[in-house]
Each structure stands twice: as structure tokens, then as C-alpha cells.
Design a protein around this ligand. Sequence first.
Ligand SMILES: Nc1ncnc2c1ncn2[C@@H]1O[C@H](COP(=O)(O)OP(=O)(O)OP(=O)(O)O)[C@@H](O)[C@H]1O
Ligand SMILES: [Mg+2]
Length: 268
Amino acid sequence: MAMALLLTTQYLTKRFHAFTALDALTISIEEGEIFSLLGPNGAGKSTCIKLLTTLLKPSSGDAIIDGVSVVDHPFRIRRLIGYVPQMISVDGTLTGYENLLLFAKLYDLPSQEAKQRVNEYLGFMELQEAAHKPVRTYSGGMIRRLEIAQSMMHRPKMLFLDEPTTGLDPIGVQTVWQHILELKKQFNTTILLTTHIMDEADKLSDHVAFLSRGKLAAVGTPEELKKSVQSIDSSMEDVFIHYTKESPDSERGFHEVATERKTTRRLG
Ligand SMILES: Nc1ncnc2c1ncn2[C@@H]1O[C@H](COP(=O)(O)OP(=O)(O)OP(=O)(O)O)[C@@H](O)[C@H]1O
Ligand SMILES: [Mg+2]
């Protein structure tokens, strides 16, 4: 059975002055799948997500989500999608319940329905017990689950999760995964995520794409990509190295390293 495509990009490009952060990216994502965008620090993953969520405007090219162009109809796109940024996006001084209610109001849900939905998602994310405690008392994994719940308040067709498991302990990572898989199963939500954990991408994704210096280096199912690197027991880490290895003289700039440090300290 042919799957319906929910998202396609067409030569999607973002330049910052002379620097091309995303270079003519053309990919497609099927409805209801988990698609992982992988690649080294600075490869352009977050830039790509910011273009698809209309936080940045493409320099050229376009992306179509559920028939809507991000260039022509950014406001319509915002109703269709949810976004969890790489950096923290909930208010630590509010409770989990209050954070979610705030977003329900932002999306104009009538009061009764808003409360219902907040409770539904607190339950779905297993946060009922902590619902009325300030978020600054939450663990990293609980904060991530709350952020995902927040991004779903308007029941978007598609979710963009930028490094949903970075900075979490192994149990936090597993719980967040389980909930991502559950989102796909229960709501048929289409998910584009980024991660630096290759094992996670391998197990979780229907398709993965590797970016290297803003360019698409490879795309396929985890199985196809592992086969394509030609060693008997190749892992996703081998695939990563194969497709994104930089020349030895390439130096990582201050900005890239600073970004990485910030990421690591995200929940610290
Ligand atoms: N607003 C901006 N102005 C100038 N350069 C930028 C801007 N945003 C991103 N860049 C540059 O674009 C490149 C891609 O950045 P991006 O954040 O998309 O990388 P990434 O793949 O998400 O990396 P990481 O894995 O570290 O999160 C980097 O070299 C970054 O310095
Ligand atoms: Mg990033």
C-alpha cells in the first residue's frame, strides 16, 4: 500500500550571509512515521526544523506540509504542527498543569475543553502526580514529557522534536521514547526528531536522513543505511561516520562548540 506523504521539502535552503546552513534539502516524510534527522553539530538540523516550523524564512526553496506551503501560509502551518525546541520551553515557576493550560489558551480552546485536554495529556505523559508541583522540581525526563504534551495541546498532525532526549539519564531517555512511540500509535502523529544517539535513531525511526554541512548525505530506512555501508555488522554509528566524516583539516568554529556546550547544559 502506498503511504501518503505528509511533508515534502523542495530545495529548501537557508543562508546566513555567505554561509549556507541548509543547502537545497529535498526529502519527504510519510504520514504517521517517525523520521530522524541526524548529523554532526552544526550540520543544519535545528535550522531545518526552524524553517519547517516557520520560525525562520527559507532563502530559497519551499516545504509543503499537508498541502500547505511554509513560504506562502506560515500561519496555517502553525496550526498544523507542534514544536519542542532544543532549548527549554516551559516555565519553571509554574506547575505542569499551569504550563499546559497556558498553551491550551494560546490555541483558543474553550475553558472546559482546555481543562479536559490538559488532564488527558498529563495522564498520557504520566505526569498526574506532579501536575501541581512547580516545574523546577521536575526531572529532565519529566520536563521533556511536559514539553511534548505542551506542543500537542492543539492536536497537531505533525510534531517537530529537536533533541528530545539530550541530557536525560537512561531511564529518562527510555520513558521519552516510549511516549514518542505511543504518540505515533494512538494519534498517528507524524514525528520529525533530531538526536545524537544513533542507537535511538536506529530503534525508533522509520526513516533517517543524514545531514553533513547543510547537505543531505544519505536517506533511507535504518536497515537500508546499515546495509549501504558494506560492513557485516554495521551500526548506525558506522553509518553516521561513513556519511558525515569531515576532512581532517576542518576546524569546528567557536560557535559550534558553544552551541554544543549549551545543549549539554540544557537541563543543568
Ligand atoms: N541565526 C544564525 N546566524 C548565523 N549562523 C547560524 C544561525 N543559526 C545557525 N547558524 C549556523 O548554521 C549552522 C547550522 O546550525 P544548526 O543549529 O542548524 O546545527 P545543528 O545541526 O542543529 O547542530 P547541533 O547538533 O549542535 O544542535 C551552524 O554552523 C550555526 O553556527
Ligand atoms: Mg541543533
